[in-house]
Design a protein around this ligand. Structure first.
Ligand code: NAP
Length: 246
């Protein structure tokens, strides 16, 4: 019997990552559910198990070299080397540029950019050795168009898009596809941290007239992970309610 493929999803204890973990389980993956807090990751792993899937939870801060090494070790022990990595862990923080502290900027880049780098460094070698793998980075439409009071967040997300394209150029001819999703505003705890004023203004700008749901982003990730996306290389797909049209 063929072993079932496995996936690591970071930041999967909530919101978009949680929906991605559930969707990938439905797609037939064993899922390593990472989150900063073990109780959140465990709750999602339990939900997947109740639905008949396979999942293991592990706590870890994606910006930490030690934690990410442990996350990867737990994944390999549980399910073997992953075929799929989804870098989804993230935070948001809103402030005018004049009020941004260096620590705000560093934290934003540590979690989004360093976190994506560290997890990718761990997962890529076995994918290259197998000549088979998929990496999907969760960026944001704000990395494409910018966002008021979000210079550090939009900058980190733009960096992720640049990393996605560059790595895709390096490894695609060795069997590893690297792509990004850049969601628009999605109804999760993260978007609710933005001010009411920001959310009202953004909702008024959206051609679709509504924010998305985490499951709608998970559907895009499911597609990018699938053989149906075989020609998608270094792309940034936008489940974004029409906020960005490329
Ligand atoms: P969410 O519901 O807050 O989920 C994010 C998860 O990431 C949380 O469970 C959080 O853990 C975890 N996390 C935070 N820092 C972490 C770290 N250092 N290491 C490991 N896990 C960490 O937010 P979301 O909206 O689903 O966001 C998921 C991703 O989508 C983020 O990268 C975000 O930037 C991106 N995104 C979101 C939107 C949106 O409108 N919601 C739009 C575009 C892009 P704790 O809560 O336990 O601390």
């Amino acid at each position: 019997m063929m072993p079932i493929p496995s996936a690591i999803v970071t930041g999967a204890g909530s919101g978009i990552g949680r929906a991605i973990a559930a969707r990938l389980s439905q797609d037939g993956y064993a899922v390593l559910v990472n989150d900063l807090h073990l109780d959140r990751a465990q709750a999602v792993a339990d939900e997947i198990a109740v639905a008949g899937g396979k999942a293991v939870a592990v706590a870890g801060d994606v910006s930490s070299e030690t934690d990410t090494a442990n996350v990867y070790d737990v994944a390999v022990s549980a399910f073997g080397h992953p075929r799929l990595l989804v870098n989804c862990a993230g935070i948001v923080h809103q402030a005018l540029f004049e009020n941004l502290e260096v620590a705000d900027f560093d934290r934003m880049f540590a979690i989004h950019v360093r976190g994506t780098f560290l997890m990718t460094k761990l997962a890529l070698p076995s994918m290259l050795a197998a000549g088979d793998g998929v990496i999907i980075n969760v960026a944001s439409q704000l990395g494409q168009i910018g966002g008021i009071e979000l210079v550090h967040y939009a900058g980190a997300k733009a960096a992720i898009i640049g990393m996605t394209k560059s790595l895709a150029r390096e490894v695609s001819n060795r069997g590893v596809r690297v792509n990004a999703v850049a969601p628009g505003p999605i109804n999760t705890p993260l978007v609710r941290e933005l001010s009411q004023e920001w959310r009202v203004r953004k909702a008024a700008e959206l051609p679709l007239g509504r924010f998305g749901e985490p499951e709608e982003v998970a559907a895009t990730v499911s597609f990018l992970a699938s053989p149906a996306a075989s020609l998608f290389v270094g792309q940034t797909l936008g489940p974004n309610s029409g906020d960005v049209m490329l």
